[in-house]
Design a protein around this ligand. Structure first.
Ligand code: O2Y
Ligand code: MN
Length: 589
């Protein structure tokens, strides 16, 4: 089969001539096709069926041991100029990189099947959705793409004879880490990924298309492609308000996307529209609307349990693929944190026998994952497929800071909010790097995902704020504030609902705040603390702004801004100077 789209057919022919596969399979996206793919992988040992009574339609897979995560040092933005990619990206000239990649792709699919995957990012009926193609030699990637995107005939049909599609070419190659390249060509909307079969490196619809390519396209077309969850909060009166939130890795983003309101919030419901990516644009009514371009979750397994995120776990109880977790003798997936006690024995993510007594490492890889259909989430929003998307009242930036950032604060206006988002950061924990407390700046949580220069990206954000007088309000949250003994003082998880309620009330003009040098924090009593053990002193610590800590934060912010030279918008420096003035006013008063 081929498509009726001449541009697609021509490109597929060119790729086939380059990679010389034994056969070509055009994916229709059907259940029968998925079942056949899975059977193929079960037969050749790439996948193992889990206990089909307890985990219907679920399969288990292990990646190569040297291919277990996104690889930022192998990820390139190949724009025509180095300046366009910015200091926030690795860069190579498109012609140079294509030359190198064409060498790697030459004949790489010999002996393999080439899968042509048409996919749609966003609801099929939405004018804001975008079609892409991934050509891959990995049946594992193909099966995962069917969960993560709207794939197959429906995407081909949506494209019609348009030439507006993203061209993604992927081969696992020999999985050699020294021959691994994840390359993006934002000007021509192309992706070429070689040498990895894992996650964001290989499922090209996700980070490569929906963030790196889409962020550049969004700048050109006047919309936003952001690394944000989308969450709906329905009040007991039945009114649903939506927020979009950006968090650096390991800051509880999936947990917030599927939050369960605490006992005291009777009648409230939280709805998950998306857990990772938001595409947003202004509609005719002046409001910013968001769609989730994805159709699945690629959730991290370790730490996910009935206690921490029951909704995520329940999403993955059927029709899901588990990668690099551990496998119990009765064919169930297991990972650290799933149960209070580990199994007496299991097979670890490397395929070796594992027992708690003899273990020299975790049973599941720390970046092991489940790929699950988003619609299976018990709190999947009924608006998940809405072609218009959902109106966003508040944009929330998150960080992981022990002392500087309070539990929550509101930016004074859009411009200030952009500055706050640009300065979002997390402090390293020992588990991540061995170094504790190093500040890692991750503007808008887009550090690994912005397909162009950050200075230009902030300029685009500033421009978006001027498009409407109904732009969302912007907030910053920090669930990770610590006391002097290094103990977390906010319970997090479902209790974050209390902070979200304050945010929604601020958006409605229904509650008070106190101005501080960094933004507005809740007035005493404004956050509902019924049913949790937070006394007045702890609350003061949670919401306090320590001028000394902020002086050193200010130095870090200045250093960060300086890196970008000419492209850093003047407004960002203005915001820096305003913050400096407000801080010096409190320290001299
Ligand atoms: O290592 C990977 O490829 C997964 S990274 C990931 C997965 C799901 C959602 N977000 C991320 C991320 O790195 O932001
Ligand atoms: Mn992410």
């Amino acid at each position: 089969m081929t498509s009726t789209n001449q541009a697609v057919n021509k490109w597929v022919d060119e790729v086939a001539a380059l990679t010389t596969p034994d056969s070509i399979h055009w994916c229709d996206g059907s259940q029968g096709e998925y079942d056949a793919l899975v059977k193929l992988m079960v037969d050749d040992g790439t996948m193992v069926p889990l206990d089909q009574e307890k985990w219907p339609g679920c399969y288990y897979s292990r990646s190569a041991q040297n291919d277990v995560a996104r690889v930022e040092h192998c990820t390139f933005i190949c724009s025509e100029t180095k300046e366009a990619a910015g200091p926030n990206n690795n860069w190579e000239a498109p012609a140079v990189m294509k030359d190198k990649l064409n060498g790697l792709f030459t004949g790489c699919m010999k002996g393999r099947t080439m899968y042509v995957i048409p996919y749609c990012m966003g609801p099929i009926g939405s004018p804001y959705s975008k079609v892409g193609f991934e050509i891959t030699d990995s049946p594992y990637v193909t099966a995962n793409m069917r969960i993560m995107t709207r794939m197959g005939d429906q995407a081909l049909e949506k494209l019609g004879d348009s030439t507006d599609f993203v061209r993604g070419l992927h081969s696992t190659g020999e999985l050699d880490p020294d021959r691994r390249f994840i390359c993006h060509f934002p000007e021509t909307r192309e992706i070429m990924s070689f040498g990895s079969g894992y996650g964001g490196n290989a499922l090209l619809g996700k980070k490569c298309h929906a963030l790196r390519i889409a962020s550049a396209q969004a700048k050109d077309e006047g919309w936003m492609a952001e690394h944000m969850l989308i969450l709906g909060l329905e009040s007991p009166e039945g009114e649903t308000r939506y927020v979009a939130a950006a968090f650096p890795s390991a800051c509880g983003k999936t947990n917030l996307a599927m939050l369960i309101p605490p006992e005291t919030y009777k009648g409230w419901k939280a709805w998950c529209v998306g857990d990772d990516i938001a595409w947003m644009r202004y509609a005719d009514d002046g409001k910013l609307y968001a769609i989730n371009p994805e159709a699945g979750f690629f959730g991290v397994a370790p730490g996910t349990s009935d206690k921490t995120n029951k909704n995520a776990l329940d999403s993955a109880r059927s029709n899901s693929i588990f990668t690099n977790v551990a496998l119990t003798p009765d064919m169930q997936p297991w990972w650290e944190g799933l149960t209070k006690d580990p199994p007496a024995e299991c097979t670890d993510w490397k395929g070796n026998p594992w027992t708690p007594e003899t273990a020299d490492g975790p049973a599941a890889h720390p970046n092991s994952r489940f790929t699950a259909p988003a619609k299976q989430c018990p709190v999947a929003s009924p608006m998940m497929d809405d072609p218009r998307g959902v109106p966003i009242d508040a944009i929330i930036f998150g960080g992981r800071r022990a002392k500087t950032a309070p539990l929550v604060f509101e930016a004074y206006d859009w411009e200030h909010g952009v500055y706050v988002g640009a300065m979002a950061a997390s402090e390293t924990t020992a588990a991540a790097t061995g170094a504790v407390g190093l500040v890692r700046r991750d503007p808008m949580a887009m550090k690994p995902f912005c397909g162009y220069d950050f200075g230009d990206y902030f300029a685009h954000w500033l421009k978006m704020g001027k498009k409407s007088d109904q732009a969302p309000k912007i907030f910053h949250v920090n669930w990770f504030r610590q006391d002097d003994e290094g103990k977390f003082i906010w319970p997090g998880f479902g209790e974050n609902m209390r902070v979200l309620e304050w945010i929604l009330k601020r958006c409605a003009g229904d509650t008070d705040a106190i101005d501080t040098p960094i933004g507005s924090v809740p007035s005493p009593g404004a956050i509902n603390l019924d049913g949790i053990d937070i006394d007045a002193i702890t609350l003061e610590r949670l919401l306090g702004v320590d001028p000394e800590a902020w002086q050193s934060e200010l130095e870090g912010q200045e250093e960060f801004l300086k890196q970008f030279g000419e492209t850093m918008p003047k407004e960002m420096w203005d915001q820096f100077h305003k913050l400096q003035e407000r801080l010096s006013a409190v320290s001299t008063s």
